[in-house]
Design a protein around this ligand. Structure first.
Ligand SMILES: [Zn+2]
Length: 252
């Protein structure tokens, strides 16, 4: 699943097209009906930025195109006129390069949804005070791991970085927010921001717990556990020895 860092990398790939007037086309029928390509065709691209998991393409005339990649969406940039494989949602052609968006599914000319997004974990610097305040606004019984995926509170953290940041900060995803100190919340957010920034810059971190259920924790050797968490049942990964507490009656 694209996380904030992959959206930031997409924004970086698209930078060479900024400043150009672009030809736009939507070969995919579901994208064509949105009318997005016609609306931006011929406009100058003024900026591309990542906001949480959204990619915002700002065109002249205050036209903003929002692209959310959901599970499978991708943006790539290649020389203009390269053969088209499949049916991209959107092709934006500049003089020498073209940007191609495949597997949608969110492409719209609206900023309304973006306003509901919380402070971006990849902002420079991230607004940790606002994130902690957002987390504190939740009911105290809400599990910290669940709250970290709530894009209204912290934008950009996905399942993998959630698991890795909690492990590094030694905070169990199952602990209720009311029992997690501000210093611990800050440490989790700092770890997420630091690892994701490294990832944006192209380096690869080894994973300690994400998708490592049953393997040994690199810090203490205990076996990593996994279980679905929250309304969306996203899988949480944690070490029950390094990240104790909060598992409730069904826990170890
Ligand atoms: Zn451990």
């Amino acid at each position: 699943m694209p996380e904030g860092d992959s959206v930031h990398r997409a924004a970086r790939r698209l930078q060479p097209l900024v400043g150009e007037r672009l030809e736009a086309e939507s070969p995919h029928p579901r994208a064509a009906v949105t009318g997005v390509a016609e609306r931006v065709d011929g406009l100058r691209l003024e900026a591309v930025e990542a906001v949480g998991k959204n990619l915002l393409l700002r065109f002249e005339g205050r036209v903003v195109l929002r692209s959310h990649l959901r599970m499978r969406g991708r943006w790539f940039v290649r020389p203009r006129g390269s053969p088209v494989l499949g049916r991209p949602w959107l092709v934006l052609r500049g003089e020498r390069l073209e940007a191609v968006q495949v597997n949608g599914p969110v492409l719209e000319l609206s900023q309304r949804a973006v306003r509901r997004v919380g402070p971006d974990i990849l902002a420079r610097p991230p607004d940790l005070d606002a994130m902690v305040a957002g987390l504190r606004s939740q009911r105290p019984a809400r599990a910290v791991g669940d709250a970290l995926l709530d894009q209204r509170l912290v934008a950009g953290i996905g399942n993998m970085w959630r698991a890795e940041a909690l492990w590094r900060a030694q905070v169990s995803p199952w602990r209720p927010l009311g029992e997690v100190g501000d210093d611990e919340l800050r440490r989790v957010l700092e770890e997420a921001a630091r690892m994701m920034r490294v990832s944006v810059d192209g380096a690869r971190n080894g994973r300690a717990v994400y998708r490592k259920a049953g393997r040994h924790c690199p810090r203490c050797g205990e076996r990593v556990r996994s279980r679905g968490q929250g309304d969306d049942n996203r899988i949480a990964y944690w070490c029950p020895r390094c990240q104790p507490g909060g598992e409730g009656p069904t826990g170890a």
